[in-house]
Design a protein around this ligand. Structure first.
Ligand code: ZN
Length: 349
């Protein structure tokens, strides 16, 4: 295939150079050392990195604007400009919400309620004159962990990211399984309580309502009203802080983490029954709670999942932190630009 080489000039505009390369084989691609800009648009920060050969050369971040599509577009352009010393060949973006990767459109996003049918790819391509690709952020996060992190060498991978919400991704043979629309992996919106709390997605009792950051924090606040805990001295409790105190043996923090693990285990057991994964990778602040959390998840999964009575499934913490989303975006761009034949399953284009 033909690849246009591009560079960013002094005025920060992108100029296209009339240079193309014929690339037919993956070996040739490996020798090209393309630098790709991977971007993860999160609820609080937009994080980006320049990536070559699966290594992040430089990183940058910006606070996420919570206003118009125009402001989000400007932030994306600004963060890409941070890498102008590199010859960026293409851009990959992870975006929370319902993303149609083939059309390059974000239909809706929990972080940006005002966004509807936001055609990110077309608009950014016009501005940059570079190839641009987009997918759901949690799918790219899982892809990053699958190729470069905790899932290295595994074929059937389920990933969860616990933050403001709960994202998920399914990787089969190094490719994202997206389903018919590319929306697969909305693990946070699987039901764990039919009479549960109302969720923003329209359902009630979604996993996200019990294991996302706010739910964990509220559980801790309720507990510290009744029991003594070091958490009482903390002004602003976060899942990371609860994890920290759980690791130090604080009884309330341990209780909250164990309860979170149990609830996660309920959701994960169902997913294991459906998908029969080789490994389940869990990331996000709460995943730092270590064995207290993971033992509780494994115990509940083993109790509930039909499959795990016969096949043990690895349930492990993510390894790459915020780098996973950036590296997943890089891997996705490589796959799309060079049509890597890595497996029999097609990801959602
Ligand atoms: Zn929901």
């Amino acid at each position: 295939m033909k690849i246009a080489k591009c560079k960013i000039n002094e005025t920060n505009e992108i100029n296209q150079i009339n240079e193309t390369n014929e690339i037919n084989e993956r070996n040739e691609m490996n020798e090209m050392n393309e630098i790709i800009c991977g971007i993860d648009v999160g609820g609080t920060f937009i994080k980006a990195g320049a990536v070559r050969d699966g290594k992040i050369l430089a990183q940058s971040s910006l606070p996420t604007p919570h206003s118009s599509e125009k402001d989000i577009m400007q932030s994306l352009i600004d963060i890409i400009k941070d890498f102008q010393i590199y010859k960026i060949e293409a851009v990959g973006i992870g975006f929370a919400g319902l993303v149609n990767s083939k059309k390059g459109i974000v239909y809706s996003s929990p972080n940006f309620p005002e966004i509807h049918n936001f055609n990110v790819v077309r608009k950014l391509k016009q501005k940059l004159n570079l190839p641009v690709f987009i997918h759901n952020d949690a799918s790219l996060y899982t892809l990053g962990e699958a190729i470069f992190g905790a899932g290295k060498g595994k074929k059937y991978i389920l990933g969860l990211t616990l933050g403001t919400g709960v994202g998920g991704g399914i990787i089969i043979n190094k490719k994202i399984y997206g389903g018919i629309n590319g929306f697969a992996g909305e693990i946070g919106h699987t039901t764990i309580d039919i009479n549960g709390e109302k969720c923003g997605c329209g359902n009630t009792g979604c996993l996200e309502k019990y294991v996302a950051a706010n739910a964990i924090i509220n559980r801790a606040k309720k507990e510290i009203k009744e029991q003594n805990s070091k958490l009482r001295d903390i002004k602003e409790i976060t899942p990371e802080i609860i994890s920290h105190f759980a690791n130090k043996g604080d009884r309330v923090a341990v209780k909250v983490i164990k309860e979170t693990g149990k609830l996660l285990g309920v959701g994960i057991a169902s997913l294991i029954n459906v998908l029969n994964p080789e490994i389940v990778i869990i990331g996000g602040g709460i995943a730092n709670a270590g064995e207290t959390l993971f033992e509780s998840i494994r115990k509940e999964v083993h109790k509930r999942s039909y499959l795990t009575k016969i096949n043990k499934v690895e349930i492990v913490p993510a390894q790459l932190g915020s780098g996973a989303g950036i590296l997943g975006a890089y891997q996705f761009v490589l796959e799309k630009m060079f049509k890597l034949e890595l497996g029999i399953h097609n990801s959602q284009d």
